[in-house]
Design a binder for this molecule. Structure first.
Ligand code: FE2
Length: 367
């Protein structure tokens, strides 16, 4: 692993980002997906837009818990462009929305630096949105909220359907899978267009198993709060998990969304009870992990029983666990992560984790 603190050449604060505003997933059946997300991730349904609110062509459900906001949208008619996206990719992430103070400026600056425009700035009730293209069919949207006080965005009505609270608090990072040879293109996009800098680089030596390999680079914004790791497949003896994703997603896109919690044992216990399926590592992992990581505040038996992974670096440690894909296509999945000082990504877990992923791949006949 190489830790890189190289800053981007873009002047500081030329594109200040406030936070991840929301992520929008385009799904085959948003009504049912909203039920799953509400009950399996522990979120409230807070807003809705669809035929009943005067929107004729789609339905969207907004789920929220603390700083995590997910929008699930589906087309009502098959000629809608969303239907084509779902046909090609299955359920997946269409947009990552970042809150900014000035969406027109963000759009102008990024397109001047070479970003491909998707939606020019548009203002409704004082809220300005604009979008640029990211990897594959994924878009990056700038949202300027001004003084807007509605439940989500103009066109949405408030809903108050409570879900359980499992303690998810924020989106820690959003990982994208890109095609072989495209890593540096997207690293350059985040550096040159977005003004991000590269935090870490993992290569084959860190991430190869007997069968497959991948490369990963982590890009983060100036505040260090918004992190976009990018994976590229590397040559291995068998089909890598990244290649499996690219095949079934029909191209690059978001691979996983990491949800931050302050109490991973509580969060994962509740998600498991609610039916969320997690990857399992063999028991031998824990004999080694306890030695490798040393003293942790959490109950190690609970960590072992739940299948939570642990890793330590010079700043502290982290606990993490990965769900199985939440669609029938082996594509998008979620991570639950708790940080105890560490700002890393669980490098010490890569081998055990990727072997667990490969066991699932083999069951699907894709290894
Ligand atoms: Fe992750």
């Amino acid at each position: 692993m190489e830790t890189i603190t190289q800053g981007s050449k873009v002047e500081k604060d030329s594109l200040p980002l406030k936070r991840i505003d929301h992520m929008e997933l385009w799904v085959g059946n948003a009504k049912q997906a909203a039920y799953f997300y509400r009950n399996a991730l522990g979120m409230d349904l807070v807003a809705y837009s669809g035929p009943e609110t005067g929107v004729r062509e789609r339905a969207s459900y907004v789920l929220q818990r603390d700083k995590v906001r997910l929008v699930l949208s589906t087309p009502i008619r098959s000629e809608h462009p969303m239907a084509d996206h779902i046909h090609r990719h299955g359920d997946g992430v269409h947009a990552i929305a970042l809150e900014v103070d000035d969406a027109r400026h963000s759009f102008k600056v990024t397109t001047e630096r070479g970003a491909q425009p998707v939606q020019a700035p548009a203002e409704v009730e004082g809220v300005v949105t604009a979008s640029i293209a990211m990897y594959g069919d994924t878009v990056l949207t700038f949202v300027e909220r001004g003084d807007y006080a509605g439940p989500f965005l103009p066109g949405y009505e408030a809903r108050d359907v409570k879900g359980p609270d499992f303690g998810i608090a924020a989106i820690d990072h959003i990982v994208g899978n890109v095609e072989l040879g495209k890593m540096n293109h997207w690293v350059d996009f985040f550096a040159r267009v977005m003004g991000f800098s590269q935090l870490i680089h993992f290569d084959d030596a860190d991430i190869s198993t007997e069968y497959s390999a991948l490369m990963s680079k982590v890009m983060q914004d100036g505040t260090g709060k918004i992190k976009f790791p990018i994976n590229e497949p590397a040559d291995g003896r068998r089909k890598s998990q990244i290649e499996e994703y690219l095949e079934f997603y029909n191209g690059p896109g978001v691979q996983h969304i990491a949800l931050l919690t302050g109490d991973i044992i509580k969060t994962v216990t509740a998600m498991r009870d609610a039916g969320m399926e997690f990857l399992k590592v063999p028991g031998a992992y824990y004999d080694e992990a306890q030695k490798r990581v040393g003293e942790v505040k959490e109950d190690f038996n609970a960590i072992r029983q739940l299948g939570i992974l642990v890793d330590r670096d010079d700043e502290g440690y982290l606990l993490q666990i990965f769900t199985k894909p939440v669609e029938d296509r082996p594509t998008v999945f979620y991570e639950v992560i708790q940080r105890r000082g560490s700002r890393g990504f669980g490098k010490g877990n890569f081998k055990a984790l990727f072997e667990a992923i490969e066991r699932e791949q083999a069951k699907r006949g894709n290894l």
